[in-house]
Design a protein around this ligand. Structure first.
Ligand SMILES: [Mn+2]
Length: 285
């Protein structure tokens, strides 16, 4: 090993190269927030997550997996201010990565998921953690934005299984649209009433392949204040991690962690996002 390899970090990128280990995952930042409707700033999300990632422990005691002994490559940031170009470019980049490698995306706003999921094979199920459905037909005259991406996605693509966990906010039309589209849900009401049952395990069991999208606003704003559209009465970090650990046996092709909005963060959202990145890399590995 050269002195450069031994002593010099590749910051701000979070790549890791472990001797004798091939790269198993590729990480992409998408600093895109140009359709933000409430609190802009998620364009600063990827680098904020990276900074936090470099300052937390990445050995998962829960999973007994040490990320420092695995190799993964941070590709950097995909830059554009045009939403349709963004989703197209994300799709093209992800297609070059999956299924040879696991795909990990850092947002940026939730519209990124449209591009990433479009690159997934036909049989892939979509599991979303989000306070919102993002099933609006339009918002503030925008047909394609963070609040409509799932509506647009389902217009062109019908995944066999779609589930939204932690959902608690939407206009009435979105709840009706979710039922019409056959979207499975674990709502916050279900979670509060302890009526979740084995729905998540059943969903995962029926999913040949899986893409997981984590909108950080699924968490309670007290836990994760640094998001674009905070929504009260959300999950705790313990609840979210417990759900994610149930995905260990699933064939996860890729995942994203979106809506980290550093201008509204006190640091806790970024460190939690980094923890989720570390655990999800271990879970998907
Ligand atoms: Mn959301």
């Amino acid at each position: 090993m050269s002195a450069i390899d031994a002593y010099v970090s590749n910051e701000p990128l979070i790549s890791n190269s472990a001797p004798g280990k091939d790269v198993f995952a590729k990480i992409l930042g998408v600093p895109f927030d140009f359709t933000s409707s409430f609190r802009p700033g998620s364009r600063f999300g990827p680098n904020s997550l990276r900074n936090a990632f470099m300052n937390i422990e990445i050995y998962s005691h829960t999973l007994n997996i040490d990320l420092e002994k695995l190799s993964y490559l941070d590709l950097g940031n995909l830059q554009t201010a045009d939403v349709m170009r963004m989703v197209k470019r994300v799709e093209e980049v992800v297609k070059e990565i999956v299924p040879a490698h696991k795909m990990a995306i850092m947002g940026g706003e939730h519209s990124i998921t449209y591009g990433a999921f479009s690159a997934m094979p036909e049989e892939t199920s979509l599991l979303i953690f989000d306070a919102h459905f993002d099933l609006r037909d339009e918002l503030l005259d925008l047909k394609f934005c963070h609040a409509t991406y799932l509506r647009r996605l389902l217009e062109v693509r019908k995944p066999k299984n779609v589930m939204v966990v932690g959902v608690r906010a939407g206009i009435q039309e979105e709840w009706e649209q979710a039922a019409k589209e056959g979207i499975q849900t674990i709502t916050m009401d279900d979670i509060m009433n302890k009526s979740v049952g084995s729905r998540l395990e059943d969903f995962v069991g029926k999913s040949e392949k899986l893409y997981v999208s984590i909108d950080l606003d699924v968490l309670d704003p007290a836990t994760a204040p640094g998001v674009g559209n905070p929504e009260p009465n959300g999950l705790s970090s313990k609840q979210l991690l417990a759900y994610l650990y149930t995905l260990r046996e699933a064939d996860i092709l890729g995942f994203d962690i979106v809506e980290l909005c550093p201008p509204y963060d006190n640091g806790s959202t970024a460190t939690l996002a980094a923890k989720l990145m570390a655990e999800m890399l271990c879970i998907a590995q």
